[in-house]
Design a protein around this ligand. Structure first.
Ligand code: HEC
Length: 95
């Protein structure tokens, strides 16, 4: 019986950890020019601290999901800022 309780607690903790609190960026969300402009500003300010500003055309839409999921925490972006930077990047990365 004790085992059952423990495993159900562990199970719900697991569920919580991938709950809606921290929404990973998995695709585009914003399209308004205001939010894209904000994404550009955040990108230019936050992403030039440690290295030169990367070329948005360096990655395709999928590639930016991966790279930004590593870089957004480095730049201490909120989930929303992360999303806006992503949406800006994929709005300008088309060759
Ligand atoms: C705290 C320092 C730091 C900040 C802030 C930062 N980066 Fe980086 N970035 C690095 C380091 C270190 C590397 C090289 C090692 C690596 O690739 O993880 C790197 C590598 C990269 C690369 C090359 C690797 C790849 O996957 O193409 C890109 C592109 C990049 N960063 C984009 C960004 C963007 C966009 C932002 C803003 C959201 C950002 N970085 C903010 C430290 C930072």
């Amino acid at each position: 019986m004790k085992k059952l309780i423990v495993s159900s607690i562990a199970g719900s903790a697991l569920l919580l950890s991938c709950g809606p609190k921290s929404v990973a960026v998995t695709g585009p969300k914003y399209t308004s020019s205001e939010q894209l402009a904000q994404g550009k500003t955040i990108f230019e300010n936050a992403c030039s601290k440690c290295h030169k500003l990367p070329d948005p055309a360096k990655h395709d839409d999928q590639g930016w999901i991966k790279t930004l999921s590593r870089m957004a925490p480095k730049a201490k972006l909120s989930d929303d800022q992360h999303q806006m930077v992503y949406d800006y990047l994929i709005s300008v990365n088309k060759k």
